[in-house]
Write a protein that binds this ligand. Structure first.
Ligand SMILES: [Zn+2]
Ligand SMILES: [Zn+2]
Length: 555
């Protein structure tokens, strides 16, 4: 029996939603599965993205051998640039996942010294004592994999995100055989996606959205605008196929939509006939019945293309009466307010909005429901079961599900939260010591602007750079500005000298001028625009980052 112990250490994504990351250690070797981010909730005003705290990995930096990526969603790859800025470790993933990582690294000019190693679904690699097998699974993004990690103490299977789609749109089936093979030989630990454990039955196939979308393509007479996640390649292919079938040209709007469709097209995951594409600048000049616009920004993100279209501030698309807007995505819990606000703006333009759950659906989940989760547990028959990717209530339910399936090799389920550790040796499995975890808030997506904790961040900003309050009075109904914007600051020394304060005021005025009445009437949008513009200006002028909190007075 090997004398070293195996440790499983979740760094994010267990007990909280998003920023998935998991470390696995055997002896002196650590591998990391996924490094995801999450978008901040509204109360983290002034923060752009949130990543896991990688202190544990930094403290063990000489032992960290590799980062293994299951698939290309932001909650699995979004923190890769931040992790790589701390330690230069090789990264393994499918070509599509790595292309999305490359795009992120490019933005941070981190590409030069990074080793990205492509592994095809089905491929195997060896890292120290670990043999890692990438197993193809079906999910809302293409090229998603589970990983089976063979260690001296046994096999660990981490499902990544999945659903069991019996009829995937790309006809590449879920590799259930691989799960069954491992199950036959014996699996020490299964870690499985808990997102939809609450949903009974089976998740619909991605193909289920086609009938409803087809109905919409058939019945829409004017412009058709579809917003979905840019990474939903299956969904995009369905939309492209329908557009071709119903004689509409397709324009892509939004940076992520353009980037990701180009990557998917280059790698052969998206079939786009050349004659199908329409340049964004030609949208308004083309017969409305011949146009389909695919737009990113389903979650009402204030600066996204869809939000700008909604408030009539996009240079290439003006919504008109009779246009149809389809939100083909889930409303992520917590985003209801901005999404419904965006839908209200669209409705105000006279366009019809199709969203939410309806039958047949315009969106289906990418995560397995209860019966699929049972299928995986039954195939794998693990000794230990640890639910992952979910809030505590979901982990608990998933753990109970595995217990209830009690098969001959099963020992028990173990509920772990981010910061717990699990130790397995020849004696069995038990909870180990806690490790340092947390969330790290990052300004403007730059690796150089990483700050520790939200509270520390605010205190440091306040102590070093002070704070700036742009104050604007706006008539909520008409969107007109009352009087002149004012700027109040404390502890921000740069305003004490020179003409900077006046210039900053001009920036705010310019932001307000470039916004239309509807945007100005929408606090969420206008606050974010002022914050972003003012921050860019102050950072450039002073290299300081005061805490900027726009205050909108309703008059
Ligand atoms: Zn995920
Ligand atoms: Zn995912």
């Amino acid at each position: 029996m090997p004398d070293s112990k195996l440790q499983v250490i979740p760094l994010g994504g267990l007990g909280d939603f998003g920023m998935n990351s998991m470390a696995i250690r055997y002896g002196d070797d650590i591998i990391v599965i996924d490094a995801g981010m999450m978008f901040p909730e509204a109360e983290l005003l002034g923060v752009d993205i949130v990543t896991p705290d990688f202190t544990f990995l930094e403290e063990n930096r000489e032992h960290v051998r590799a980062l293994i990526l299951t698939h290309g969603h932001e909650d699995h790859i979004g923190a890769v640039p931040f992790l790589l800025s701390r330690m230069n470790i090789p990264v393994y993933g499918t070509p599509f996942t790595l292309a999305l990582v490359e795009r992120r690294l490019d933005e941070h000019s981190k590409l030069k010294n990074t080793k990205l190693n492509e592994v095809q679904p089905g491929g195997r690699i060896e890292i120290g004592p670990f043999k890692v097998h990438f197993i193809h699974v079906t999910h809302s993004i293409v090229s998603a994999c589970a990983v089976a990690i063979t260690t001296p103490l046994g096999v660990i299977i981490h499902t990544g995100d999945f659903k069991v789609d019996g009829s995937p749109t790309d006809n590449i089936p879920f590799d259930l055989h691989a799960f069954a093979e491992y199950g036959k030989k014996g699996v020490l630990l299964l870690m499985s996606d808990s997102t939809n454990v609450d949903r009974p039955g089976y998740t619909e196939s991605e193909r289920a959205v086609r009938p409803r979308l087809e109905q919409i393509f058939m019945s829409t007479e004017r412009r058709l605008i579809v917003s979905c996640f840019s990474s939903s390649i299956h969904r995009l292919q369905t939309i492209l196929d329908l557009a071709q079938q119903y004689g509409r040209k397709v324009a892509f709007l939004g940076r992520s939509m353009n980037d990701v469709t180009e990557i998917a097209h280059d790698l052969g995951f998206l079939r786009i006939p050349d004659s199908l594409l329409l340049r964004p600048q030609d949208i308004m000049g083309t017969n409305a019945s011949k146009v389909c616009v695919v737009v990113s920004g389903t979650q009402g993100e204030p600066m996204s293309a869809m939000s700008r279209v909604a408030v009539d501030n996009h240079k290439h698309l003006t919504l008109e009466t009779g246009d149809t807007v389809v939100l083909s995505a889930r409303i992520i819990p917590g985003n209801e307010k901005p999404i419904y606000r965006m839908i209200n703006h669209v409705a105000r333009r006279g366009a019809e909005v199709i969203y939410g759950s309806m039958n047949p659906p315009v969106h289906v989940s990418g995560h397995a429901s209860a019966e699929e989760l049972k299928l995986i547990i039954n195939l794998v028959k693990p000794k230990y079961f640890v639910p992952v990717h979910g809030e505590y209530r979901q982990l608990k339910k998933h753990a109970a599900m595995a217990e209830s399936l009690r098969h001959e090799k099963f020992d028990r389920s173990i509920i772990m939260e981010t910061g717990d550790s699990l130790e397995i040796d020849s004696q069995g499995a038990r909870k180990g010591p806690k490790v340092t975890v947390g969330r790290v808030c990052i300004d403007s997506g730059s690796v150089d602007e990483v700050v520790e904790d939200i509270v520390i961040r605010d205190r440091r900003h306040l102590s070093e750079d002070g704070f700036v309050l742009p104050i604007v009075a706006i008539d909520k109904n008409s969107g007109t500005i009352e009087g002149q914007p004012e700027i109040v600051s404390r502890g921000f020394v740069s305003f004490d000298e020179g003409p900077l304060l006046e210039e900053a005021r001009q920036i705010v005025i310019k932001t307000l001028d470039s916004s239309n009445a509807e945007e100005r009437g929408d606090w969420g949008v206008i606050q974010e625009k002022i914050r972003v513009d003012l921050k860019r200006f102050l950072t450039k002028q002073t290299s300081r980052r005061p805490l900027i909190v726009p205050v909108i007075l309703e008059v």
